[in-house]
Design a protein around this ligand. Sequence first.
Ligand code: AMP
Length: 374
Amino acid sequence: MKSLRPGATIGLLGAGQLGRMLALEGAPLGYRFVCWGQAPGEPAAQVCELSLAAPFDDEAARRRFAESCDVATFEWENVPAALAKRLAKDLPVRPAPAILDTVQDRLIQRRFLKEHGFAQTPFADAAAPAAALERLGRPCILKSRRHGYDGKGQFRIEKPGELSKVPALPGGAVLERRVDFKKELSVILARWENGDVATYPVAENVHENGILRATLAPARLPAEIAQAAAALAAAIAEALKHVGVMAVELFWLGGSGKDQLLVNEIAPRVHNSGHYTLGACATSQFEQHIRAIAGLPPGSTSQREPAAMINLLGELWAGGEPRWDVVLARPDVRLHLYGKAQPRPGRKMGHLLLLGPAARDLKEADSLLAALRR
Ligand code: AMP
């Protein structure tokens, strides 16, 4: 693959905070950015040279995007696969759009993992719900096949009769056994077209109500589990022939041995649980993604110091603008705000990164969060 010359333009499908950080981290490499979002003023639009706000089936927007960019990528995996495929006729799209067919639909993603022998949560197609429940047993989680994120479109099935009360999910659903994990982990890595892979230290995630609340990196777990997690994620990236950054979310069941790791989800893009790399690692996940899709060499993934990333969700604004002075005064804390105007509960408005020895657990990060509240 020929590398993209400095001054070339990278097109982002999607215009959220991930696109914003891709553009901000790609700019020092000399690249220019165009984003295509659904509404004016989205986080990436505020920092890109050109931003389009149009539905993804808008023909004029597609032509303008294709004419303005040298390569396209996505910051969101729910971009219509048909659009990515149509764009690929006019310019390189990385990763290849076919990956969207595998990851956009939970059932297809699970079948892909099964075909390749990657251990995962027991699952069944919920098209025949009673049979699926019979096979898996309770407790289970019913998840919509498409467009579920941050726990949306998910229903816990714990007691008899609960499954029949769940409203029909458009596009179908998957039933998954609820597993009793010890920790949720994620592996952030980047893969290049020539097969090179660069993997970041495995991170540990804390979720609340299906939303990522915080990430600790490196994860507190035995070295052999971290190695097995990294190897598993690299094998998945290879099987997908992925190009760019991807995240593999895993459940660690708590024992030793690699059968103790189950794949929960694959995201073929930069990921919230990789935000710690921006500030804690030699190369951020955002720069690394740009390097991979631009055909530049891999950057070092070494982590300089422990990191705790904590998401700033909309509810933090309940009493007014949080007290940023509290964190801005700290040399070991970095504040990232995404430029979103409306703080709604559960909406990711920004994050804090705490660095150094106090980031080995969440105590200090939690007290910082409490101090921000008005
Ligand atoms: P997901 O959108 O599938 O990543 O689910 C969001 C969160 O719900 C996960 O990060 C877990 O905390 C929890 N969760 C999802 N699936 C399962 C499962 N099969 N067993 C236990 N917890 C789960």
